[in-house]
Design a protein around this ligand. Structure first.
Ligand SMILES: [Zn+2]
Length: 148
């Protein structure tokens, strides 16, 4: 799933928490649940840069709205588990059988939990719908109020 989608889901999950630790845990848990939803994953650095840039923009927006540590921690921890996927992308030989030096750790990456897959464009549309539903929950409305 895209970093932007994980960040939005994590932040929304963080709204259900009251402190930094529970926010962090909620974000990580949201990552595992979100990875089970059938979705598209890109496989290039270029799309990664676009995605992370967008995620940083959304995070900045959430910051400007004045959310506290639980939501901010959940937004960040909603994305953090994918750092191991990025690492593996740049070090593929370490993860290839036989006898790989490293294995993916996070349950939805290691195979412990299912990882939903859906080709583009449907896998993109699923994430766009999730974002469109959750951004207003966070107080971020992409449609100008004059249109509503
Ligand atoms: Zn993931």
């Amino acid at each position: 799933m895209y970093a932007t989608t994980h960040l939005i889901i994590g932040a929304a999950a963080g709204m259900l928490t009251t402190d930094l630790a529970s926010g962090f845990i909620a974000g990580c848990a949201s990552h595992a649940v979100a990875d089970m939803i059938p979705h598209h994953d890109y496989g290039s650095v270029g799309w990664g840069i676009v995605d992370v840039s967008l995620a940083l923009g959304v995070f900045h927006w959430i910051l400007k709205l004045g959310y506290g540590p639980p939501v901010l921690a959940a937004a960040i921890s909603g994305v953090i588990p994918d750092l191991e996927v990025v690492w593996a992308y740049f070090h593929p030989d370490d993860y290839r059988p036989p006898n790989p030096k490293r294995r993916l750790f996070f349950p939805s990456h290691s195979g412990l939990l299912p990882h939903g897959k859906l080709d583009f464009p449907l896998g993109f549309i699923v994430q766009a719908i999730i974002a469109a539903l959750l951004l207003p929950v966070l107080g971020i409305c992409l449609v100008p109020s004059a249109v509503l």
